[in-house]
Design a protein around this ligand. Sequence first.
Ligand code: BES
Ligand code: ZN
Length: 879
Amino acid sequence: MEQKYSQFRGQPRLPKFAVPKRYDIKLKPDLVACKFSGAVDISVDVVAPTKFIVLNAADLAVHPNSVRFTDQTGSKVLEALVVELCEEDEIVVVEFAENLPIGVGFLCIAFEGTLNDKMKGFYRSSYEHKGEKKNMAVTQFEPADARRCFPCWDEPACKATFKIVLEVPSEVVALSNMPVVEEKVDGNIKTVHYQESPIMSTYLVAVVIGLFDYVEDFTSDGIKVRVYCQVGKANQGKFALDVAVKTLDLYKMYFAVPYSLPKLDMIAIPDFAAGAMENYGLVTYRETALLYDEKHSAASNKQRVATVVAHELAHQWFGNLVTMEWWTHLWLNEGFATWVSYLATDSLFPEWKIWTQFLDESTEGLRLDGLAESHPIEVEINHACEIDEIFDAISYRKGASVIRMLQSYLGPECFQRALASYIKKYACSNAKTEDLWAVLEEESGEPVNKLMNSWTKQKGYPVVAVRVKDQKLEFDQSQFLLSGSHGDGQWIVPITLCCCSYDARKNFLLQAKSESLDTKEFLGCSISQGCLKETGAWIKINVDQTGFYRVKYDDELAGRLRHAIEAKCLSATDRFGILDDSYALCMACQQPLASLLSLMGAYREELEYTVLCNLISISYKIARIAADATPELLGYIEQFFINLFQYPAEKLGWDPKQGESHLDAMLRGELLAALVHFGHDITQDEARRRFDAFLDDRHTALLPPDIRKVAYVAVMQNVSSSSRSGYESLLRVYRETDQSQEKTRILGSLASCPDPDIVLEVLTFVLSSEVRSQDAIFGVHVGIKGRETAWGWLKDNWDHISKTWGSGFLITRFVSSVVSPFSSYEKAKEVEEFFASRAKPSIARTLKQSLERVHINAKWVQSIQNEEHLADIVQELAS
Ligand code: BES
Ligand code: ZN
């Protein structure tokens, strides 16, 4: 049988013969039965002759008899002839007996739905109030779940105004995007009317209904800003409130447009899939991303709160005021908000050196984009189910990085002027990537479109090989792939270099595959005098790592840079970059492990937070691969790492120093954790001693939040089936605390136990009702010793995991966490076979990427095994 309404099915976008102008929405949630009923009255503009209206709806029961169309004057009412819900396409087709009158009319629909437990659409979240378990009702509509709450044109370009009315129990707090204009109480029920919103996209509509306390403040323009928290926790909202008020003022200056709504609410939700969501005027957060507790939060928690708030508020301009035209341009939202959040955080907390920390974003972008299974920044989207997957390191981190690259090429003033004019030009409207380039091109006079297309329309990035030959510097670009092969991409690469000093710089665009520079061009630099033979002369490409590419130096240049690091001639960003490029080249089997390790040795006196963190994370990965490749050398390698981290760790000590910097507070935890991880027994013993003190007194100064995780990991390292007390103590702390950051720290430590039986117990606990489904993934943080256990557990529990997390993006994290640590072709095959019959579009990309990582690891293992002289070098470094 031919499918009904086939002309409307299987389409990526809705037909536009009628478009919405204004939504009147009434919602009535039942927090006990977890259901809701509602009605929409949508002003639509019929722009072409049609008998049909097609809009989005999913998981809703629509009352067919309620559906009618009224013309503008109200004189003509058309009842729907057929109302057909197509679940697969998430649309509802309404057919009328005759063509609709051209022009504005009103479409009414009544419907019902469930307050689901999937953290999307209109959902329920649970909390305790005065010892009683309660539900709140919350919305999460991005990317395409407004359709699960009310029928609508659920596409970012279909902007309209929204007038919302909620019918709720009289004692609750009921919030929406706009301020309340009227509230009528009738017994136990109140009806709350909100002011009509400015025009906006459906994915930004929000309501939250539950019991909350708040703190409040005002911007210099008098905009009321509130932070809502669980009852009794309002104080923990003060830090975020302060950041928000200052950030709104800052963005108003930077974008040269004020915040466009009369109020801003920010609210902590106990069950929340993402980190935060930028709903216009009502930003929702995970508790860990909004609440800061002087006593129980770590410095890293504080930084997380500040950056997340800065990110979501950036969206109030970049995303909410100016919206991407379609999900292909998602990066315009996320890449920009990520980049802008650094701008704000840097201005508020200059001592955090946040632009140095930005390199973590670039590195993660480079890491994902080094896979053949990556995707371009601008990616085609044909079905709603494909959108979730692109909220990834490409849209966010590569996106933010290419913006930084462009800003540094054009200059900050020009860049800001262009952004301000872009915001003004597209305010209350939608924009595509090329619209932004056009504005930047006009402002700068540079060929921005051509330059940037090479970065946003093709996946991957180049490695630029540099060598000195006959008084010339030769540059050659080719696509970098972690698999070691070369892709055929080519880019316009903004090359920056400096020579012997940050004052002797040179910039140019590498447009061809290869180009060479005459060294005579470097006035004032020693190589121009032919002195590359001179000791101490060095050349650093990609100065301050503002470019999104890798650099491969010839042996001579690399050796000189190593000396420059030891001689402390280089900036932290450049020290980071040299290390990170070397690590990537090593993983791609283009450089021996021995040379990476000896380069790491040049960082013995490193004290900079971001550089050390990268050194630590690289050392973890090397130890993991070495455990498979050369188990007989693992002990030496670990000893080398201990030697490397002992110097900075001793400098910092265990106890916070009076007035020490934010970065030192964060660094202490990372360094001690590394020493514990590599088996430094003095550190392990001290960590456990402090944990015991903590068990006696949760406020002990011996275990401040910044180093708690160190102690938790050390405790779990000592746990086994026959000696479980440390594990049980940690579970007790987990159960007793009502602080989410503390729960997260504990969850992230439990699986570091070497005993597989305990690891399995931990993984079982993670799936229990004691762990909120938003947090389960933190417990799946298994080391190399736990990976087989985790894989067995994933297979055994796949049906449950797939059912619980399968409808959101969290499921992908289970797959990547469990699969990526493997390093053999056989394992890759086994994983592939398991998923062959369990394929799901929502994990397809992640699964391919994870399998590619396993292949990369396997190849790396082989290459290390074939490396000559590795043992000699490792033993020497360890001594
Ligand atoms: N718009 C996103 C939230 C989102 C993510 C919605 C995925 C739908 C799917 C929000 O602005 C965001 O980017 N949140 C980040 C935090 C941010 C600081 C990087 C997140 O949720 O991790
Ligand atoms: Zn965002």
